[in-house]
Design a protein around this ligand. Structure first.
Ligand SMILES: [Zn+2]
Length: 682
């Protein structure tokens, strides 16, 4: 357990010990030297969630204002690890978000990286109430709010690209929810008015054209606060100029691992590509697809059309069908990559899919979307970082048997793509990963359209919000997803009746719920268990799920082992080799130090619980294991290029194979692993 007051140096020492134990050398750490921010507003008071203003469609679930949910337990420790690693220190070691950033008035990087960094740093800083991190985020925000152009444009003067400003708009709306800083609404209003006038002559292009919906989120946010109808015109114009994802998926063109020909791209002798900004290349791009998942539900708020709201299901189904992975993600090692578990997915695509799904869950009220959020957040997200979050991958693979400087199975990514480091392959993920954990925290609970509260994603946290003009505090105590029980203390400021809605996970064979130890009458409605009663201070809801270890069939009928939201993987012994030092951190290759080519037998899969340590997704101290009987599959070999061949079609015949009892560990903890195992013929 980490004492929250544990000093930074002491924590880093313990984190470094853990890193050494699994083969990662400790990183050098220097003291920070951050100047105080110009303004550090006081913490926001409890606030109610907000329903959409007419004529926008109503939502069944209403995100709580950012700052309403504070992480606790293992989730808090995970956010502390992020803050002590690249998440809180990146600006000290990476010039692209350092003091010379164009978003701080300097002449350094002036495009997406500054806004990307603050999009996650800001909610992280407030979630942890960390004054030093708040000060870091505040400097970017102060510069942006204090330096609009005379015509209303925002951002560095060195470029007028709409795309990075879409990210900064996402930052500013979170910042306003946290602080109610009076500068935000006038600056955003002037910017959107300027853009509405400028777009006809200077329309969306490139990335902004494929990501228009992310700006619509901010435009509708402002409309809900001001009622300025010109904002609805802007939303329509962004849609009109933007990529039509629904039309794309009506006849989805990418039905296998893409080739350069599919994308119309041409590799130059220097390894770079021509034609990267064509419609074909941008619509087959993984991060664009991750962001595009929110397009139809967001647009449905403007049209009120059910067909728009529900188009997301077809979109997700097509991505699953042709590119689905055991983690709930789709393969996109830059571009859509088919279903082999040796293919990768970019970290930006992981965090952007999560953000898309968090918005989509609120707009649709669909608990299946929340199931997918948990599957991705509790597996794909932690898997792609070192335990101390000082290094990350660009691409992660479900079957990741080696992370080395080798060509890999990628069509358009380079040889560094699955290394762990500061900016392997390309620095977008370095700047963008920050939003993953903090925005998950902000989406755990939501308000409901009928004046209640809904548990959307289960994790330890505290919530302070307003329901029916009264402050309600929730304290959620749990080690879910490593355990199957959750306790929720519901404390309204005075006794009051309102519904509390508890998501029923798809994996739960049963869900037993009591209030103050007594059975409770609850209705099932839209995938939630609804307890509608008079709540008194200190009422406690206790939930116990019945989860079973499941065998989930996948590519070539290989099987992935899951229990509840957690995916389990065969951990391969890891040999970490430092490739080069990168400022405060380093780039690492990881070589297998043991065999990986096994098949799963039909023997029972036995789960076991272990203590949840200070590093929740730790290979050294996994909080849960599943014991499996495996058999070596000698014909399954490494492909030329440094990756596992796709698993041979199951079942496979193995004669006289040696069997071993092996502990599978959470996918997120194993950096070398096999998560899609062929099945041995009985
Ligand atoms: Zn990226």
């Amino acid at each position: 357990m980490i004492d929250p007051t544990m000093r930074r140096r002491a924590f880093l020492h313990s984190a470094s010990l853990l890193a050494v134990a699994c083969g990662v050398a400790p990183v050098a750490v220097r003291a920070t030297g951050i100047a105080p921010a110009k303004r550090v507003p006081l913490p926001a008071p409890a606030r109610a969630p907000r329903q959409n203003r007419a004529p926008l469609a109503k939502q069944p679930l209403l995100p709580l204002p950012v700052g309403s949910i504070k992480p606790a337990g293992w989730l808090r420790r995970q956010l502390e690890i992020q803050a002590l690693g690249l998440g809180g220190r990146l600006d000290e070691t990476w010039a692209d978000v350092g003091p010379n950033s164009g978003w701080l008035g300097g002449d350094g990087e002036s495009w997406e990286r500054g806004p990307y960094f603050v999009d996650g740093l800001l909610p992280l800083a407030w979630a942890l109430d960390d004054e030093a991190l708040k000060a870091k985020a505040q400097r970017f925000i102060d510069w942006t709010l204090d330096h609009p152009w005379p015509d209303g444009m925002i951002g560095p003067r060195s470029n007028d690209d709409w795309w990075p400003r879409m990210v900064m708009a996402k930052v500013l709306i979170q910042y306003h929810e946290l602080t109610e800083d009076p500068r935000v609404i006038p600056v955003l209003t002037a910017y959107f008015h300027y853009q509405l006038a400028a777009l006809p002559a200077r329309p969306l292009k490139d990335w902004g054209r494929f990501r228009w919906h992310d700006e619509v989120v901010a435009v509708l946010w402002l409309y809900n606060r001001t009622g300025d109808t010109s904002l609805l015109k802007l939303a329509r114009l962004l849609h009109q100029q933007g990529w039509h994802w629904q039309a794309e998926f009506a006849d989805f063109p990418f039905r296998h691992k893409v080739t350069l020909d599919d994308l119309g791209m041409v590799r130059r002798p220097d390894g770079n590509f021509d034609n990267t900004m064509t419609d074909r290349a941008l619509s087959g791009h993984g991060v664009n697809n991750a962001m595009g998942i929110k397009a139809s539900p967001v647009w449905s708020l403007v049209t009120g059309e059910k067909t728009d709201r529900e188009a997301i299901y077809h979109q997700l189904a097509e991505l699953d069908r042709y590119h689905g992975m055991p983690t709930g993600m789709f393969a996109a090692d830059e571009h859509l990559a088919g279903r082999s578990p040796s293919q990768g997915v970019e970290l930006c695509a992981v965090v952007e899919t999560l953000f898309s799904l968090e918005l989509a869950a609120a707009i649709t009220g669909d608990v299946a979307i929340a199931d997918r959020i948990e599957r991705i957040a509790y597996n794909a997200l932690p898997a792609t970082f070192t335990d101390d979050m000082w290094a990350h991958q660009y691409d992660q693979q479900p079957n990741q048997i080696k992370c080395s400087l080798s060509p890999g199975p990628w069509t358009t990514n380079g040889p560094e793509s699955n290394l762990f480091g500061l900016e392997p392959h390309f620095g977008c993920c370095t700047a963008n990963f920050h939003q993953g954990w903090p925005k998950l925290n902000d989406s755990l609970w939501m308000g409901t359209a009928d004046g209640g509260l809904a548990a959307l994603v289960y994790a330890p946290c505290t919530v302070r919000t307003i329901v029916s003009d009264m402050t309600v505090d929730l304290t959620v105590t749990t080690d879910y997803p490593f355990r199957d029980n959750v306790a929720i203390d519901v404390s309204p400021s005075r006794p009051a009746r309102f519904p509390v809605k508890l998501r029923i996970p798809a994996w739960a064979k049963a869900m037993v719920v009591t209030v103050n130890g007594a059975p409770v009458s609850a209705n099932r409605s839209d995938g939630f268990l609804v307890i509608d009663r008079v709540w008194h201070q200190g009422n406690v809801i206790a939930i116990r799920f019945a989860f079973e270890v499941e065998r989930e069939p996948g590519f070539n009928d290989a099987v992935s082992v899951a229990r509840g939201p957690l995916l389990f993987a065969l951990p391969i012994a890891e040999n970490w080799q430092k490739w080069r030092t990168r400022g405060l951190t380093a780039d690492w290759e990881v070589y297998p130090a043991g065999p990986w080519n096994y098949a799963l037998t039909a023997a029972p899969l036995i789960p076991a619980e272990h203590p949840v340590s200070s590093v929740p997704f730790s290979r050294r101290t996994p909080p849960m294991t599943v014991t499996a009987k495996l058999v070596r599959a000698p014909d399954w070999v490494e492909a030329h290029g440094g990756y596992a061949d796709p698993p041979p079609p199951s079942p496979i015949a193995i004669t006289d194979g040696e069997t071993e009892m092996v502990s599978l560990i959470p996918y997120g903890a194993a950096k070398l692993r096999v998560a899609a195992l062929p099945v041995a013929r009985a």
